[in-house]
Ligand binder design. Structure first.
Ligand code: EPZ
Length: 430
């Protein structure tokens, strides 16, 4: 079993370069299924979710060539196998994008129900509603989402999303680009990765208007052609390192970011007494004074991102005074709280609200990464804590953070990956 061992209490100094956005990459890669020709995709993050989605495409018959560390060429002109491998697909949430992409291209898809972080119920009824409005028959059986268009080609539809859903917005967009006629998505999500997917598809010949607003119109085209596209920087990876500096103190230049995408995070950190300076494609984050309490509510973009909720909680554990955190997107995103308590944090949770009473110091402890962002939050707490923290289940973290240990060590953190024999790990659990 591998873990991260962190000796906390060292302020961070230097610079960190942000990788391509996970939640854009895991939609743009399946989108290549819609294209006749070679898609060269640049700024791909090296994370396990991306490896998995590339592997799934390869199993379907895509020709994938690695150009360099962050660039791949994907050619889906000769897809021969449409059976998505069960074991791979159920490990990753984003495998649901294969439904939209395969349905759009072939009028037929059978995809295992997706996995991903356990954040409470994760229904896909809005995705299904979108496909049905475009003329597909959809049902779930034997662990598979089965979708079929009787005539072979989807027709444009009108979809009103009952709640703002990133996945449904992207999936309906994927299905609609090759449909016959115009599709309109109302109450669409506006996250930066929605705009990135639309820009990718448009650069391959699609006709998508309004991405980034709450009404997206997609006029179907006959064919998409190959091209080159570079994925945007990861908003949440950048926010995670901003929170790490806020918690541990120091002065770090976070490079290769789109500062506008970070405004919702910057605003809260500034309220907490952190100094954030926006540059063209970087933010400089500094903290030396005390952390002030604040309240945070997560919301769809441009609100404060739910994917930053555990990381901001780590910072608030060390604030002067009591903060109230409200989760506005997921039913259950506080499973990490018991792990923080091991480190001396004072947190009470009631439903979607967590009340965090700041303490003067956290103390290092063995903790568990319950999911991707909770794992990142454990690392942040460990960087700020006195003594040694060991974070296990780091495979969750590696799903979404490229070279987390190297990037943090590069700004002076005392963090390394250690391997302990499985028997020792079992003995600790027992
Ligand atoms: C995406 O999940 C992200 N995952 C999540 O990031 C992120 O937390 C979430 O968007 C919100 O920003 C990927 O992009 C792969 P939603 P998604 O559909 O698309 C409800 C991370 O840490 N809903 O926007 O699955 C749902 O239950 C991960 O990187 C329905 O009820 O989320 C939730 O309450 C974790 N029916 C809300 O909408 C539906 O059909 C938002 O979910 C769809 C969603």
């Amino acid at each position: 079993m591998t873990k991260y061992r962190i000796r906390g209490g060292k302020p961070l100094h230097g610079s960190i370069t942000i990788s391509g956005a996970k939640n854009a990459a895991v939609a743009i890669i399946p989108a290549a299924l819609l294209v006749d020709g070679v898609c060269r995709i640049e700024n791909i993050p090296q994370i396990s979710d991306v490896t998995l989605i590339l592997q799934i495409l390869q199993e379907l018959g895509a020709d994938i060539r690695t150009v360099n560390r962050t660039t791949v060429d994907i050619d889906c002109s000769h897809i021969r196998n449409r059976q998505v491998p069960y074991e791979l697909a159920r490990k990753i949430r984003a495998s649901y994008y294969l439904v939209g992409a395969l349905l759009g291209r072939f009028g037929w898809a059978e995809v295992p129900l997706p996995g991903g972080c356990d954040l409470g119920g994760r229904p896909i009824d809005q995705h299904v509603k979108g496909f049905v409005s475009m003329g597909a028959d959809v049902d779930v059986r034997s662990g598979l989402i089965c979708a079929k268009v009787p005539g072979g080609r989807l027709s444009g539809g009108q979809v009103y999303l009952d709640m703002v859903s990133v996945g449904a917005t992207m999936n309906i967009m994927l299905a609609a680009v090759l449909a016959d006629g115009m599709t309109v998505i109302e109450n669409a999500a506006k996250e930066p990765h929605i705009v990135d997917l639309a820009n990718f598809l448009n650069s391959m010949g699609a006709n998508i208007m309004g991405a980034g607003t709450d009404v997206i119109k997609i006029r179907g085209v006959k064919q998409l052609r190959g091209g080159t596209y570079s994925i945007i920087p990861d908003q949440i990876e950048a926010g995670t390192y901003m929170a790490a500096v806020a918690a541990a103190g120091g002065d770090v230049l976070i490079q290769n970011v789109i500062p506008k995408h970070l405004d919702c995070i910057t605003a809260k950190l500034v309220e907490m007494g952190v100094d954030v300076e926006e540059l063209d494609d970087a933010v400089r984050v500094r903290r030396s004074g005390p952390i002030s309490r604040t309240n945070v509510k997560t919301m769809p973009y441009p609100g404060f991102p739910t994917d930053m909720q555990p990381q901001i909680a780590a910072v608030l554990c060390l604030a002067n005074g009591t903060s109230v955190l409200t989760e506005g997107v997921w039913d259950s995103r506080y499973r990490y709280v018991d792990e923080f308590r091991r480190m001396g944090a004072h947190i009470q949770v009631d439903g979607k609200v967590a009340v965090i009473e700041g303490v003067s110091a956290l103390t290092g402890a063995p903790v568990h990464a319950c999911d991707l962002r909770a794992g990142a939050a454990m690392v942040i707490a460990g960087l700020a804590a006195q003594g040694v923290t060991e974070v296990d289940a780091i495979y969750h973290i590696e799903r979404g953070y490229e070279n987390l240990v190297g990037k943090l060590a590069g700004v002076g953190a005392d963090i390394r990956t250690i391997t302990v024999p499985d028997e020792d790990a079992k003995a600790q659990v027992g």
